[in-house]
Design a binder for this molecule. Structure first.
Ligand code: NDP
Ligand code: TDO
Length: 476
């Protein structure tokens, strides 16, 4: 029986994330009215902001008609427009703490159920002429991965009001009779993570931080495999089957960005990020984007906090700043600003180690101050953000320890590889670049304050410790 004028409320079930919702139904002399989905109130009541894109209805002419149990790769919000059903669900999500658990309840117009992606859904009509409604957050596609479980499987122990053995073919389809028992079900994999720019320094480290065993279906794409500037990006993947994009793609040739690489820098670091942000916004994904200390002018005498004004000096920094503004338009975004990245690839430490090996005594700038940051720690910090989900926004993420100039870093590298630190001569940035026309201006202060990230429970180790380990691992 429909209960009228109940306040909107939610009730937990034995299945993790499967929520029964009490809806407010307003009766009058013509019938009744209900808000079947009301985003603002329902999200406030704790129902996920699941972004429905399709509303399905099935009409069930007679009581006893039974459908299920079907787990599709999208979330559902089910209820009835008229009549009543006995609803039954079984958790078929790979890795779910409640895998195989069953929940049941009666659904009348004053009840709805939020069914998370991968939980198999089924029902038996309790009245003739029952109209069953479900909102879903992906468009139906024959290519989607589905899972099914047999609604008569004794392992589920569902106590159907009308025994299934009494049902004729007009009440239960052959297809639904033939679904496998729970023991033979292939579970539904979770939504996937996509990592762009996967052949770069950070992309390489992200492969270790997001192993397939812990992140089933995680996808690493190189520049050749997915160009973030692609105008067809919105249709390049079935995006609703993804949960996050980690953007490690960038144009990072700082000096070339001033001249021959200006267009490419804008295309990748600004327009490409805007492209990703549009996809993230449209399909409800979290965008993790990586940014740089070069978005600041370096004139501050203090370490930079996340809310410091953007004031980039050169083209690379300008395009990175534009990318940050674009990334922030995605409702779910983490912008991870880091500095002086060292990983697997061409970088300052490798250059210095190579110069030391060849007995070269370099001049190195001693008035740019910052902290080298190792890609394994950036990757670990990104994993931390995606797993703990602090408030969306900008986070500084660098290794910790006393900041240093590039000349000091160079001396540590020389010492670390067994050469003399005396080989490194300090020089001012102005003097170093004096005879190098067309090069980029660089901030003198690149020190980023990392307290905000620390408060979320993540602090990267000291850069000096990481440098020692890194130099040991260099194949020379
Ligand atoms: N390196 C540093 O010192 C610092 C870097 N950062 C930021 O950290 C992030 C990671 O940098 P890092 O790993 O060092 O960069 P890398 O230059 O090592 O890697 C960038 C990757 O992006 C790829 N790429 C370029 N254009 C596109 C495109 N249009 N679509 C898809 N992929 C593309 C590149 O491929 P290909 O080479 O084939 O073009 C490359 O594999 C970047 O956002 C960078 O701005 C921040 C501070 C310092
Ligand atoms: C090789 C060399 C560099 N330098 C200077 C140039 C430069 O100012 C500094 C560091 O050299 P790099 O070539 O690594 O500088 P650069 O490419 O500007 O490094 C930057 O890359 C971008 C992508 C970022 O986002 C920044 O955080 C920063 O890491 O050292 C010397 O003084 N002597 C040398 O022999």
């Amino acid at each position: 029986m429909t209960e009228y004028r109940k306040p909107l409320a939610t009730r937990a079930t034995p299945i993790d994330g499967l929520v029964i919702v009490d809806l407010t139904v307003h009766p009058d002399n013509r019938g009744w009215f209900k808000e079947n989905w009301q985003r603002e109130k329902m999200v406030a009541a704790g129902i996920p902001d699941f972004g429905p894109v399709q509303n399905n209805m099935s009409f069930n002419a007679e009581a006893g008609i039974t459908r299920g149990l079907h787990a599709e790769p999208w979330d559902k919000f089910v209820s009835v427009a008229t009549g009543a059903v006995f609803g039954a669900w079984c958790d078929l999500r790979a890795g779910s703490p409640t895998y195989g658990q069953v929940a049941t309840t009666t659904i009348t117009p004053d009840v709805a159920v939020y069914v998370p992606r991968g939980v198999a859904n089924g029902f038996q009509a309790l009245e003739d002429g029952t109209a069953y409604s479900y909102l879903v957050n992906d468009h139906w596609s024959p290519d989607a991965e589905y899972a099914f479980v047999n609604l008569a499987d004794p392992a589920l122990g569902i106590d159907w009001p009308l025994p299934l053995t009494d049902l004729s073919d007009t009440h239960l389809s052959d297809k639904d009779r033939a679904h496998p028992p729970l023991a033979e079900v292939v579970p539904i994999a979770p939504r996937r993570i996509l990592v762009t720019g996967a052949a770069g320094q950070l992309g390489t480290a992200l492969r270790d931080a997001f192993p397939e065993a812990e992140f089933p279906g995680v996808e690493f794409v190189t520049h050749a495999e997915l160009d973030i500037t692609d105008p067809q990006l919105a249709t390049a993947r079935p995006w609703r089957q993804y949960t996050a994009i980690v953007n490690a793609a960038a144009y990072t040739a700082v000096d070339a960005a001033e001249t021959t690489g200006r267009q490419a820098s804008w295309a990748v670091n600004a327009a490409g990020v805007a492209n990703l942000a549009r996809v993230a916004a449209e399909f409800g994904l979290t965008l993790v984007h990586v940014s740089s200390d070069y978005v600041y002018d370096g004139a501050s005498t203090d370490a930079y906090r996340e809310d410091a004004p953007l004031a980039p000096l050169g083209v690379y920094g300008q395009t990175k700043a534009a990318g940050d503004l674009a990334a922030a338009t995605a409702p779910r975004h983490y912008i991870v600003r880091t500095s002086w990245v060292i990983g697997d690839g061409a970088n300052f430490v490798n250059t210095m180690a190579s110069l030391a090996d060849r007995g070269i005594a370099p001049q190195v700038v001693d008035d740019q101050i910052g902290r080298p940051t190792f890609t394994r720690d950036i990757a670990a910090g990104i994993r931390h953000l995606l797993e703990t989900r602090p408030e969306y926004g900008v986070y500084h993420l660098t290794n910790t320890g006393e900041p240093a100039s590039w000349a000091e870093v160079a001396r540590e590298v020389y010492t670390g590889v067994g050469a003399s630190a005396d080989a490194v001569t300090g020089v001012s940035t102005a003097a170093y670049f004096e005879d190098k026309p067309g090069t980029s201006p660089r901030p003198l202060n690149s020190v980023l304050e990392v307290d905000k990230l620390t408060h979320t429970g993540f602090t990267a180790p000291s850069w000096r410790d990481r440098l020692t380990e890194y130099l040991k691992g260099l194949s020379r």
